[in-house]
Write a protein that binds this ligand. Structure first.
Ligand code: G3P
Ligand code: MG
Length: 241
């Protein structure tokens, strides 16, 4: 069975640093996380970067769709200023440099493939290519997940050796059929939409993660109910639970 950590830092440590940046990943490590989750998507010119939204506007000084911006354009943007005055100058990271930083920090990752609409297959393929080329040999492989079922099918077919986690939002009961079809080793549920029988996930031999939980009491209850892993913006708070 896949051994999930108790805590995964969400978008790095999104409560205390600008999400999906190297600064956020470093902060997660500082706060005690051994794993981080982040969102991977493609620029117009096919570079894999860390970014949650389809548009640049919320988390950078840029505007418009990520899919219409090239890497040289995105590289110039500030991805920290929106978060607070101390974060000016933080940049959008590429996945290749992120992998190098994870290795130097000794972190593992849940790489969420977050394609812009219509780029499900190529985004998954690009993430896999980089993981194959850059992930240090001998280190535990990263866990790939995605809400985009086409990306998951691509991951399954192109890289069956890489572990996959099924990411589900508001239809939790599909877990059994989809995890089977996609050959997943874990299922990641929203804390707002849990399946009626959480323990059934464990009985099926799957790792069980819940996102995004920032409250210590809620985390404690979920762990007591058999959840393996809490994906959180506040790894320090949840580790204390
Ligand atoms: O992977 C768990 C979580 O990150 C999924 O939701 O929207 O924060 O990427 P989102
Ligand atoms: Mg995510």
């Amino acid at each position: 069975m896949l051994r999930l950590p108790k805590v995964i830092g969400h978008r790095g440590a999104a409560a205390s640093a600008p999400e999906n940046t190297l600064a956020s990943i470093e902060r997660a490590a500082l706060l005690g996380a051994r794993w981080v989750e982040f969102d991977a998507k493609l620029t117009k010119d096919g570079v894999v970067i860390l970014m949650h939204d389809d548009d640049l506007d919320r988390t950078t000084t840029g505007h418009g769709p990520v899919a219409e911006a090239s890497w040289p354009q995105i590289a110039k943007l500030d991805a920290g200023a929106w978060f607070g005055p101390g974060w000016h100058g933080v940049r959008v990271p590429r996945l290749d440099e992120t992998i190098a930083r994870l290795a130097s920090l000794g972190l593992n990752a849940n790489i969420e493939i977050k394609p812009c609409p219509g780029r499900e297959v190529e985004t998954a393929a690009a993430v896999i290519e980089l993981v194959r080329k850059r992930w240090p040999k001998g280190r535990e492989a990263p866990l790939l997940s995605s809400f985009a079922l086409e990306s998951m099918v691509t991951a399954r077919d192109l890289a069956p050796e890489l572990p996959r986690g099924l990411l589900i939002w508001d239809t939790p009961e599909i877990w059994r059929a989809e995890a089977g079809r996609l050959g997943c080793r874990s299922v990641h549920f929203s804390s707002d939409h849990l399946p009626a029988d959480l323990k059934a996930v464990k009985r099926a031999g799957l790792g069980l993660a819940v996102y995004t939980v920032n409250d210590r009491g809620q985390a404690r209850r979920l762990l007591d109910a058999g959840v393996d892993c809490i994906i959180t913006d506040r790894p320090d708070t949840i580790l204390a639970a």
